[in-house]
Ligand binder design. Structure first.
Ligand code: GLA
Length: 673
């Protein structure tokens, strides 16, 4: 990566040489007599690391100027006495009521100008000076007290920063936004130029006239909205870095926070955050609102690894069964948890942690699953969680190895914000769906991909896919150009390269930044009504989009038979330098996309594991210890996968004709060649 790659397991980390196993633990919700029992059961379940003090602020600081660490002292000592490492929360995630009563200006303001009330969680403005000062005071006290406690193995800054409060429109945010703009643009003329304020009489005479993009009567300035997204992500990153600075002064323990690489949280540009983490950590929950929640889970893990520069990372939260925050909270089918946990391990997770240890009896998460559900140890959840502890211990030698990927998909948060923004050619085109479609096609072709930020070093890949990469800097476009000229293979899909980083259209025809690379020029978009399908000459079905493509060096590989662009090219291929660049001017259906993925993988000579596909996943991790293939069979049939070695979960030999039962998992240590 061009940014500094975060180390996977800092010296002394408990997950070095083992897969860390654990959970969030909220002992403040339980009477003391339960704590001892909890610690004993944790040992029984094979728990090695536990996150505490995530929402501890009101407990250790019950009133202004009053501090009480006695409970947390006891918890840390208890866990340490059982050999369990602590992932210690700084406790800043949620403010206590006394603080927002004294300083209501801490509370965030929404797009419509209304202020939110306390009573939930994370009700603070990321740019509030009062919140910043109070939270850093808390961090300093926690770090002073526990900075060299022998149980503390990792610092957990705040919790899911920006989960609820990422976009705040209050006066403090407005002032901080102006400051951010001043630093970025220096002069008001430069802001006017970047935002194209000649349009609709939006010209600013001074920085003081600028507001966050609050709700308007019409559509808003898209460049302003894009910059506000960047600012808001930076504001929370600044909170992270401020807490990290305090911790670093008082402790040598590595620092992280839990990302939310999910389908429904898009406000944080984690490409900017990743270089600041000592280890990348992610929270992932199956989203049953999606058509294929398991595919999204694979995608999320591949993107988390991409953010980690290919290094191992930690799954900081997932659910044993159901969550409590979807309209219908489905549980996991028997065996599904195990398969999903190993899917994360396959994709580079060196730690598996659940939210949470013991199911709450009160509060809005009382129906969220836990390792220890309301029923206690007489439950499937407990048995599965306990069995997983010993299985993860059995594959500890995997820790530290790297997932092998020869292909990459570019993921870009500003493109997500812009493509899903207002005033676009089609509100039915959703960025994430386009990226997911590319990922699904590669999975169907049995290809493991790193999903990487636009700044990633592409030279390590044989194939790069850029789906709907809409907002592109000259430098990033140049890097893809250079990659192909140097012999790489690339596929770029529609609505890519259209605007620069200010959301300003690149004149001269679409796909602007990639015209030369792709050898095509497009003079008009013709998005399709939702549900309409067009047919291509090959018989492929496509939806959502068409456009008029003129060839400027590329060869048509497929064309529209019907729809508004009938007769025109839909898929093109351009020999460019020593490489090849493909362009797809429509949204291919899953079967056609998978065929294309296979063709590209063959052309790029990507090694694939025989038998692997979207439902029978086989992912290789390798390193000093050796080479391993993690196989998970989500299909309804037994499956064979073309590897040889020993299944670490059973101790049995594995041959290409060994059948893995439907729903089962294997971790095969490959025979040395
Ligand atoms: C997030 C939070 C946890 C908990 C879970 C519930 O991941 O970090 O505190 O609320 O969601 O799924």
């Amino acid at each position: 990566m061009s940014h500094s790659t975060p180390p996977s397991a800092p010296a002394g980390a408990p997950w070095r040489g083992a897969i860390a196993y654990g959970c969030d633990y909220n002992p403040e919700q339980w009477p003391r007599e339960v704590w001892e029992l909890d610690a004993d059961l944790m040992v029984e379940a094979g728990v090695t690391m536990v996150a505490v003090n995530i929402f501890g602020w009101a407990h250790i600081n019950p009133a202004d100027g009053v501090w009480d660490f006695e409970g947390l002292d006891a918890v840390l000592d208890l866990l340490h006495s059982r050999g369990i490492a602590v992932n210690l929360g700084t406790g800043t995630a949620s403010t206590p009521p006394w603080l927002t009563t004294a300083h209501p200006e801490i509370l965030p303001v929404m797009e419509d100008g209304t202020r939110r009330f306390p009573g939930g969680r994370q009700a603070w403005c990321p740019s509030s000076p009062e919140y910043r000062a109070r939270s850093l005071d808390l961090v300093a006290r926690v770090a002073d007290r526990y900075g060299d406690h022998p149980a503390v193995a990792l610092w957990h800054v705040s919790n899911e920063l920006g989960c609820h409060n990422a976009l705040c429109y209050c006066d403090h945010s407005a002032a901080a936004f102006r400051e951010w703009l001043r630093e970025r643009y220096a002069t008001i003329d430069a802001v006017n130029d970047a935002w194209g304020t000649s349009f609709w009489s939006q010209r600013y005479g001074a920085f003081d006239e600028i507001l966050p993009p609050l709700a308007t009567v019409s559509s808003r300035n898209p460049s302003q909205v894009l910059d506000f997204h960047r600012f808001s992500s930076d504001a929370l990153l600044a909170q992270y870095r401020a807490e990290q600075d305090v911790l670093r002064k008082k402790s040598s323990v590595p620092v992280t926070t839990n990302f939310m690489v999910t389908a429904h949280i898009r406000n944080l540009d984690y490409a900017q955050w990743a270089p600041h983490m000592d280890v990348i950590a992610n929270d992932h929950y199956l989203d049953h609102r999606l058509a294929d929640s398991e595919a999204e889970m694979h995608f999320s893990a591949d993107l988390t690894r991409g953010l980690a520069g290919g290094e191992p990372w930690l799954l900081m939260e997932t659910a044993v069964g159901a969550v409590n925050w979807q309209p219908l909270n489905s549980t996991r089918a028997p065996g599904e948890l195990r398969r999903h946990v190993f899917s994360h391990v396959a994709r580079g997770a060196d730690g598996i942690h659940f939210f949470q240890w013991r199911a709450s009896l009160q509060g809005s998460e009382k129906f969220h699953s836990a390792m220890l559900p309301h029923a206690g140890t007489q439950s499937r959840a407990w048995e599965e969680a306990r069995d997983l502890g010993s299985e993860l211990a059995a594959v500890g030698e995997l820790a530290g190895t790297r997932t092998e990927a020869h292909a990459a998909i570019i993921f870009d948060w500003p493109s997500w914000w812009a493509v899903d923004g207002e005033s676009v050619p089609s509100s039915h085109v959703r960025y994430l769906e386009q990226v997911h479609a590319a990922h699904a096609a590669m999975s169907a072709a049995g290809v493991t991909v790193d999903v990487v930020p636009a700044t990633a070093d592409l030279s390590r890949y044989s194939l790069v896919i850029a789906p709907a990469w809409h907002v592109v800097s000259d430098a990033a476009a140049g890097a893809l150009d250079e990659y192909v000229q140097g012999g790489g293979h690339a596929l770029v899909t529609f609505f890519s390269g259209v605007v620069d980083t200010h959301d300003r259209v690149r004149a001269g025809g679409y796909p602007g930044a990639f015209r030369d690379l792709l050898g095509v020029v497009v003079d008009e978009f013709a998005p399709l009504p939702q549900g309409d399908t067009v047919t291509l000459e090959s018989g492929a079905q496509a939806t959502l989009w068409s456009e008029r493509v003129t060839l400027r060096g590329a060869m048509a590989q497929d064309s529209f038979v019907d729809g508004p662009m009938a007769g025109g090219a839909a898929l093109t291929r351009h020999s460019y330098g020593a490489g090849t660049a493909w362009y797809c001017a429509t949204a291919l259906g899953p079967a056609a996309y998978a065929d294309l993925a296979r063709q590209l993988a063959d052309q790029a000579q990507i090694p694939r594991i025989g038998g692997a596909n979207a439902r029978v996943t086989a992912v290789r991790r390798s390193g000093e210890n050796g080479s391993y293939v993690v196989i998970a069979n989500s299909s309804s049939q037994p499956a064979c996968v073309d590897v040889r070695g020993t299944n670490l979960l059973t101790g049995q030999p594995w041959q290409p004709d060994t059948a893995l039962a439907s729903g089962d998992v294997a971790v095969v240590r490959e025979e040395a060649a």
